[in-house]
Design a protein around this ligand. Sequence first.
Ligand code: ATP
Ligand code: MG
Length: 257
Amino acid sequence: MAGVNICGLAKIYYIKGAPISALADVDLDISDGSFVTVVGKSGCGKSTLLRLICGLEPMTAGEILFNTEGEFHSRVGARVNMVFQEPRLMPWLTVEQNMAVALIREKDTQKSKATVNQFLDMMGLKKFKDAYPSQISGGMAQRVALGRMLCYNPDLILMDEPFGALDAFTRRNLQKLLIDIFREQKKTIIFVTHDVDEAIFLGQKVVIIENGRISRQVLVNLPYPREIASHAFFQLREDVMATIMHEENINIERKFL
Ligand SMILES: Nc1ncnc2c1ncn2[C@@H]1O[C@H](COP(=O)(O)OP(=O)(O)OP(=O)(O)O)[C@@H](O)[C@H]1O
Ligand SMILES: [Mg+2]
């Protein structure tokens, strides 16, 4: 497991020399073993935040430190793995082989077989282990991607709208599965979504990003599994929505004044 401490993070992109501020002044503490969701409108900087944490891109300013068992270190010391909106499976490999890709460096073949089996079982994919990606549904493919990520045994899991392309029923099932994984395996998870309900259903803390800045962090003190129709859930949803809409109104006013 790993916690993350982000301080003064900024990212400026350049398109034909013109600067685009994707993130600015981001300070964020993610405790070891916690589930944090990041919500905000399209283009607000959610994916950029994950890419910087993952080390896929350099930051313009600031610092990202990983905290494992009380010790702070740069990303090199932490095992970080990312799941994307699309499952990114290799079409020429079977379900089982796609999951085993995460264990390519494991020399003990018996051990890696046992690990793949464990997660095939957890994802309910045992019957489909010999199927190719073209032979399974979108929800199943996303379960393969989740299983592959778990085989990798990361300290920190980054998820960028992983259920965004799925229908509502499959999505709810995978959300429940992810909560079970979080509670059983005690992983640190940072989950990006633009769906406020999903953010509150999953996260212990909801981080709201607006125009590259964190506008608010909302703690969700509801026990798992959460009841989406409960009054407490409804109140939180209204609260988060009001924050996002308030900012939208300010932006509209700015535009027309
Ligand atoms: N490689 C890039 N080069 C230039 N600008 C970029 C690049 N990647 C992202 N941006 C810009 O940074 C800003 C934030 O983009 P980002 O992808 O982080 O948004 P997002 O919140 O993930 O949006 P969405 O919900 O649509 O996925 C946008 O203005 C985008 O145009
Ligand atoms: Mg994105």
